[in-house]
Structures are given as C-alpha cells and as structure tokens.
Design a binder for this molecule. Structure first.
Ligand code: TNX
Length: 532
C-alpha cells in the first residue's frame, strides 16, 4: 500500500471497518448521509456489495493522469491498456501506462488483492489521494474498470475527446458477484447478426458485468456455424432467415473473432446447437438426417415444434459427434448448449433416450452440458446446467427441481421476466407476448434464489436474458428490446439480494440513459423511468 492510499484509507477507516469482507453489506448510501449534507452517490448498476461515500473528497483525471500498474503479466497489462485507451479517447489526455509512482491524479491498478476477492471481485477507492482498483486477477481489474466507467461522467463513453471535468466523488467500493453465470443470449438463427453487430451487443453487455454470451447458433430458420465435415449446413442451411431474406453464417475465422472479442472482455461464449427439435435447417441440408430420407424445404416462418432429428438413426449421432466436435474446437469455454426445448415432434420416449446420448457426445469432446429445462427429465452428466424458461408454471418448476435433485445447476431465464423478446406493453412495436408483457419493473422484480419454490439456493448457477429474434431484423431493434432491461437482469445476477429494490434501482437506471445516448443505443425510453 502506498502512502497515498494509507492516507485515503485512513480517512475512510470507519467506513471500511464497517465493510469487512467483500461479502459484507454496508448501510445504504442514503442512510449513511442522512444525518449530514446529502452527497451524490454514484448511480451504479449492478449495485456493488458495498459503496461508501467519502465525504468532501474527490478524484479528478487531469492532463497529467497516468494508468499505473506494477504487474507486468500479459493479462493485467492488456486490461490496463484497455483502461488507458478509453480514458485517452474520451478525455484527449495522453494517459501513459507506467509501472510505478501512483499520484493523486493517477488511476492505479493492482493485482495484489487477496485471493478471497475471487476471480471477479475488486475494491475501488477514489479520493483526494488518487484512484485505485485492487483485484486478485486481471478479470477482477476489468470488473472494477466497468465500475469506474460509471463513476466518471457519461461522456467517458464518447468516441472523441470531451471537455470534462473528469471528477469522481470520493468513494470506497468493495464488490464481488452473487452468481458465477450472468448471461445474455442472442438468437442469430431466426435473424442473422454480423460479427460487428455481435461485438456491439458484447460492448453493451460488458458495461453491466455480464460474463456469458450464449449464441443460439442453429434453429429451424438457419444454421449459423461452419462445420467442415457437413458443409451444406451453412452453405444451404444458413442461406435464409425469417421472412426469406438472405441469412448468413459465421466462418471459423468469424466465430474466432467473436470468441476473442468476448474473451478480451471476460465474457465466455456458450454455443448452442438446438436438438432434437428446432432442426429444420439441418434436416433441409441433409436428407439422410430425416427418418423418411426426404429433405424438407428451408423454413422462413416463425412456428416452433415441427421439426426433429431422426433419433433412431445411427447417422444422427455421427452427425452430432462431428458437429459438437467442431463446435467444441471453436469455443474454448467449458459448456456446449444442446438445446432440448420444445421437441414436440419427437416421440417422448425417443426424446428421453436421445438427450443422454447427445449429452455423452458433448462430454466426449471435453465440454459440460447445458440445455433448456426439458433436459432435466433425463439423466444428465455431472456438471450439467438446465436453463429454466418457465412462467411460474408448476411443470417448469418441477423440471428445475428435477435438475437440482440430480446434481445439476439451474440458470434462471423466466420467460415472463427475463425474456427480452416479450413486448414491454401493448404499444411497443416488436416481438411477442406469449409469456405476457414484461415492463422494466417486472423484468427486474424477482430473486433468482427464490423464484422456484423449494429449489435449493445452492442449485442456482445464475441468470440469463435471452433475446429471440423472430421479429428483429437489425441490431437497433434488438437494442430496443434489450435496453433498458439487460441491466436489471445483470444486477439480479451480480448484486446481493439485500441490495435489490425497484425504487432505488429505477433511479440508478435513469442515469444510464445519457450513456446510451452517447453510444447511440436505440433504447426504449420506458415511461416508468425518469430519464435524465
Ligand atoms: C420459445 S423458450 C422458444 C424459442 C422461441 C421463443 C420465443 C425456448 C427454449 N424456445 O424457440 O424463439 O419461445 O419467445
């Protein structure tokens, strides 16, 4: 610890003593300042585990500011480079990256934090003596940096130099996530999205500390990932999309670019190949995958549940072995999502036999299995994740409990809350309403740990916000559905239950609008939010 930080820490000693470990929760800012002059607390999403105002202190970036990092390992240096680059772009200052000598105008990054911070935890202090982010890993530094972006004026998001001043109110933050899985899903099958559009989706998701991008890569309307051993999947099966417009697919180089861009932001890609239903694009591409040996035409409508792989043919498993093998090689993360939802055209007994065979092919290629909640009815390999997409119905709740009973964990994507393709209300233009309207408040107001009665809290791996794209043919429409709801799901995944609450949240959310304006995000200006 430098002298400077001893000074800053001394000032906030009382506050820090109240914090203790990163899992401790301080009194809400409003209570801490109620007795004195109100201090504007930075409106952060997700709400940190603890955030304490350091009264009468500020930190200000100046033309002499530097990013200071003593660690010379590649990953922390890369993160520090990203920090310096964004600070340079928006401030116009030189912001050199140096290894020592942190002063009052500098942003110091340190990986000397305790292992107890975990991979994603960090501490941040800002005051007259300087600004410091401490973590145990490069990932923790990066999460702390996303907090610093929100502490700085919204113009820090700008692509060109802005006037400032670049002041941060004195604060001490101690933070770590509630859940390890905090995802966004993008359906690139119903409508195809370019590499640049997916990067844009990642840029926004990372602002709220999401750490998984689930790509729904294959469905009835299009196959979007290159598989060399079955080339017609993409050249034919990927040629269209909903509405009959040209589709597209990711070459291996394209997917590698997405995976690397995500990894640079500490986001792991979870590739999904939906099976045994939602497979018309594959069935149209290869006649031999059909029980009757006849390939159906390509499909550009929006029905679900009409297609099935032929689960009784050996070639189906050769196909999946090849596909999972090539997809596993393209996605370095630990999971492959095998779908498993809405297999209405697969005889149920066949479905029950199919899923364990498909799951074994996933594990054969070194990956753990993720699948929609229906897979919980079958025996699952160790380490599997079932994705809940229920609407408070008892069948879905049973499936979540069945997953937990066999040792699997559950990612919560309740369709009537977390589905980004549910209309906000009857007058918003795009998307569906089969799970009801989901306004911003409804999307936010639930607890992943208690949503499914009698599901052990330890069985919940996290949350995910899926965006199905039957009606979304460009990324700005996707953004309209995702924002402002993504930050709420992200907060449910990150912040402790005690920090959740609509009244405070909606005020914090209001502050994000100016950032999205600068980033040209086509967000829905939900009337229940008092946008600034
Ligand atoms: C159900 S939810 C689906 C998707 C649709 C979505 C539309 C789930 C696992 N499957 O195939 O796109 O509804 O909201």
């Amino acid at each position: 610890m430098t002298l400077r930080h001893r000074f800053v820490t001394g000032i906030v000693l009382l506050a820090v003593a109240a914090l203790g470990s990163p899992s401790a929760v301080a009194a809400p800012i409003s209570e801490q300042v109620a007795a004195g002059r109100p201090v504007a607390a930075a409106a952060l999403i997700p709400q940190p585990v603890s955030q304490v105002v350091v009264k009468n202190q500020t930190f200000t970036l100046t033309s002499g500011s530097r990013v200071v990092l003593a660690d010379t390992a590649a990953e922390p240096v890369r993160v520090a480079g990203m920090v310096a680059e964004q600070l340079r772009r928006a401030t116009g200052f030189a912001v050199p990256l140096v290894t020592s000598g942190a002063g009052a105008a500098d942003v110091e990054l340190s990986t000397a934090g305790a292992a107890s911070l975990g991979a994603e935890g960090y501490q941040l202090s800002a005051g007259n003596g300087g600004l410091k982010i401490t973590a145990h890993t490069a990932e923790g530094l990066y999460r702390g940096w996303t907090t610093l972006r929100q502490l700085l004026p919204a113009t820090i998001e700008a692509a060109t130099a802005q006037p400032g001043p670049w002041t941060v109110a004195g604060t001490t933050i101690s933070d770590a996530p509630r859940y390890g899985y905090r995802g966004a899903m993008l359906d690139v099958s119903r409508h195809f999205f370019s590499v640049a559009e997916v990067k844009r989706y990642l840029d926004l998701a990372t602002m709220y500390k999401l750490n998984r991008l689930h790509l729904h890569l294959a469905d009835d309307q299009g196959w979007r990932v290159q598989v060399d051993s079955w080339p017609r999947l993409t050249t034919y099966g990927g040629s269209t999309e909903v509405g009959g417009t040209p589709g597209g697919y990711y070459t291996k180089a394209d997917l590698a670019e997405i995976v690397a861009y995500a990894a640079d932001r500490f986001i792991t890609v979870v590739p999904e190949i939906d099976t045994p239903g939602h497979t018309n694009a594959a069935l149209a591409s290869y006649a031999e995958l059909n029980c009757d040996g006849v390939a159906p035409p390509l499909y550009t409508g929006t029905d679900v549940g009409f297609s099935s792989l032929c689960t009784t043919k050996d070639i189906t498993y050769t196909f999946l072995d090849d596909v999972f093998g090539e997809v596993a090689a393209q996605a370095p993360g630990p999971l492959i999502h095998l779908g498993g939802d809405e297999a209405h055209s697969t005889p149920h007994e066949e479905y029950l036999a199919f899923v364990p065979k498909a799951a074994a092919l996933v594990t054969k290629h070194g990956k753990a299995v993720m699948g929609w909640q229906e897979i919980a009815e079958t025996p699952l390999p160790a380490g599997s994740i079932a994705q809940y997409w229920g609407t408070d119905d008892t069948r879905s709740q049973d499936l979540a409990r069945m997953a937990a009973a066999q040792g699997a964990t559950v990612v919560m994507s309740p369709a009537n809350r977390a589905y980004l393709d549910m209309k906000y209300n009857s007058s918003t233009p795009y998307c569906l309403s089969w799970a009801g309207y989901v306004d911003v408040r409804k999307s936010y107001s639930w607890d992943p740990a208690t949503l499914v009665p009698n599901l052990p809290a330890s069985a919940v791996a996290g949350v995910e916000a899926p965006l199905w794209t039957e009606t979304l043919d460009d990324i700005s429409k996707a953004e309209f559905m995702a924002y402002p709801r993504v930050p709420g799901i992200a907060e449910l995944g990150w912040s402790p239950a005690s920090a959740l609450g609509w009244t405070a949240y909606k005020n914090r959310l209001a502050a994000q609008g100016s950032r999205w304006d600068i980033l040209n995000v086509n967000f829905y200006r939900a009337p229940e939010i008092n946008w600034r």
